[in-house]
Design a binder for this molecule. Sequence first.
Ligand SMILES: [Zn+2]
Length: 236
Amino acid sequence: MDDHTNDGFRTDRRTLLKTLAGGAAGAALLGPVVARAATERPSQPPPATPDEALAALKAGNKRFVDHEPQVRSTEEIEDIWTSISGGQAPFASVLGCADSRLAPELIFDQFFGDLFVVREAGNIADSPTNLGSLEFGQAVLGSKLILVLGHSSCGAVKAALEGATPGGNIQSIVDAIKPGIAGAKTLEEATVANVHAVEDRIRAKSPLLKAAEDAGKIKIVGGVYTIATGTVTFFD
Ligand SMILES: [Zn+2]
């Protein structure tokens, strides 16, 4: 790909960004729950602390639930695009389930460059690779929060709760969830227990992230997304 082609690609993508995020009609394309025109808001500085990062996710989810997504001006989108073309500094990491109904950027009303997202069925932290991704998000990119995000009607947690034996590589997901949900009687209880177990597992299996949390550089918190309402319940 030569420079000219590359420039053309970038121009096309910038145009698409403006179309998607620049107005109420574009905002309607971003999610099924966006039902009316959104209010344009002045840009805010990025969260600088773990508590500010958590507050930003809570505020973003409220905007999503209230059907009032943040709409960026053309100038703001240009600034964001220029910024993320040169590097990234996501303010929060989300370890979410791979479920197609859970899309962190949408349900927290965030934009390109805001979130470092790691997804795996059952939102588990059992492999060196996904733990390594979370470590990269904190140590290299400066993420100030790790949110372990479970959700309602999670098939992976349900399979573990019911003692399913799907075999193949899917079995490793069920096996990773089972110990953390021991004693849970309902899917709701198991979903919450799994989130807390994964929070603890991150601390136990990642000395880097445990040290960062102890030093106040990051917070590790849990939450559950309710698909039917769009609401995230935070455990903090
Ligand atoms: Zn799930």
